[in-house]
Design a protein around this ligand. Sequence first.
Ligand SMILES: C[S@@+](CC[C@H](N)C(=O)[O-])C[C@H]1O[C@@H](n2cnc3c(N)ncnc32)[C@H](O)[C@@H]1O
Length: 293
Amino acid sequence: MSRLLDEIALAVARLAEAGVESPRADAELIAASVHNVKRGELHTVADADFDARFWADIARREAREPLQHITGRAAFRYLDLEVGPGVFVPRPETEVMTGWAIERLREMDVDAPVVVDLGTGSGAIALAIAQEVPRSRVHAVEADPLARAWAERNVSGYVETLPYTAGRVMVHAGDFCTTAALTELDGTVDLVVSNPPYIPVGASVPPEVGEYDPPAALWSGTDGLDAIRAVERTARRLLRSGGLVGIEHGYQQGAAVYWVFAEELGWRDTRNNKDLANRDRFVTATWPGPEGL
Ligand SMILES: C[S@@+](CC[C@H](N)C(=O)[O-])C[C@H]1O[C@@H](n2cnc3c(N)ncnc32)[C@H](O)[C@@H]1O
């Protein structure tokens, strides 16, 4: 065994003791980040090159700082995003909803689909759609200036590696609860997607979430549905006839969010959709337009 692999084994035990959910993966990813190698190359690090910053970063993770804040990066579909204080760390469940949006957009008989991402955070959903749907134009709305700065940084950072996305992701300062958000697009949007805040105020969350994700990304009224109701109203204003909406929610909110759409006049094909753990995770619906009402 190499020195680094020995140190990783010790770190795994410490992280497990601290209640970290995936101690081996986290210890290896921290080691890879510190030593600037891929996770599968850890055995190639020479004993003499062991970097003591590994233990400083393990101590941060032991104190339940999110892995992505320590490495400064978050993987999302085919993207490697910059994240840190002030922005929500994108989650794997959101990759599934983003995949739904990408598939629907590719099926649409529209040359340059117009997409709106409400509450873009790091820009994860918006950038993934721009990367994976040729010619799409994605408007990313974010109210929080700190989060918006991360989105702008990720969007401009990708212009070099994904030059074909240049000019196709527009980050807007805006509040999706108001009727002023993107009014110039009213009735023209092909697909609205959103992962809004949806945790009921006062619910208990792990330290990685409560102490590091920004409050504006988490809490949303006593039933957790305030932002979801606002996204429903904004989506019906923005969508063209036949346009689609996809909205993420907590795994216990499937029935409630279904009814936010089913109770409002107009929406068709309202559906619950599952995440990778087979739990209700996002609701999708079609807007038939005023003539369909
Ligand atoms: C759960 S995070 C999701 C971020 C990103 N879309 C993702 O999936 O990783 C929700 C985001 O919505 C933003 N937000 C909350 N309320 C908003 C509002 N009324 N208008 C615009 N953005 C809002 C938050 O600041 C936060 O960045």
